[in-house]
Design a protein around this ligand. Structure first.
Ligand SMILES: [Zn+2]
Length: 229
């Protein structure tokens, strides 16, 4: 899961909220009004663009790549939606709060749903806006996300519940993570290289994978430190 730090709020959202301040009786209704407003304002999807930039093009929950708006238009294909971290249903007054918004992947074509679509109107035990990186770790044997060692049992439960709620340990996702981890391990086990050369290779691999927009970049950064530091 990404750790989010929301930057400057897009003007279109600020304007709409100034015209329509909370409280809201229905999060769904005010969100629909906002989307209509954004469309007529021809804002060129500035909200989606701002979130995409902040998240380095990755899904807030599973860290897979989300298409850019240009690529969506070119290929007539979309794999994301705007996600309310605290649900519109339970927290209607946060519907238009910038720090409550993020981009999550959409997996409608897949049999197994994950991330925002899986979460629905339920509430996350750990939010991407809190400082949470130290709570999560990766199981190098199966690619699953697990609680980090040494955290409290309450935090351990929060990590497990978050993973279940988002279904971020389903087979396909674990397999994708595992492939990346295996590549790192292969470099680590190369027989004819010195330790320094291995470190150099692994570093190059990680750098090439952790450029902006690479899927699982935060996971890779974690794996990199585990192997080499
Ligand atoms: Zn996702």
């Amino acid at each position: 899961m990404l750790e989010l730090n929301h930057d400057t709020e897009p003007q279109v959202l600020r304007c709409f909220r100034a015209l329509n301040p909370p409280p809201y009786s229905s999060g769904t209704a005010i969100w629909k009004q906002y989307r209509d407003f954004e469309y007529t304002e021809r804002s060129n999807q500035s909200l989606v663009r701002a979130l995409h930039r902040m998240q380095e093009g990755l899904c807030v929950y599973c860290e897979r790549r989300i298409f850019t708006i240009e690529s969506e238009r070119q290929n007539n294909e979309r794999n994301r939606h705007i996600e309310h971290l605290r649900s519109r249903q339970n927290y209607p007054d946060l519907t238009l709060t910038y720090s409550n918004l993020a981009l999550s992947c959409s997996t409608e074509q897949e049999r197994v749903k994950s991330c925002g679509e899986r979460k629905g109107n339920r509430e996350l035990p750990i939010l991407p806006t809190e400082n949470h990186r130290h709570l999560f770790d990766i199981d190098f044997d199966d690619g699953s996300i697990i609680p980090a060692q040494g955290i409290s049992s309450a935090d351990e439960k929060r990590v497990k519940d978050t993973c279940i709620l988002l279904n971020i340990n389903h087979k396909a996702l674990c397999f994708e993570r595992l492939q990346i981890l295996n590549n790192l391990q292969k470099i680590h086990q190369l027989p004819l290289l010195t330790a320094e050369e291995k470190e150099q290779r692994a570093r190059q691999y990680c750098i090439s994978k952790t450029v902006i927009g690479s899927p699982f970049a935060p996971t890779l950064r974690k794996a990199f430190t585990k192997f080499l530091l």
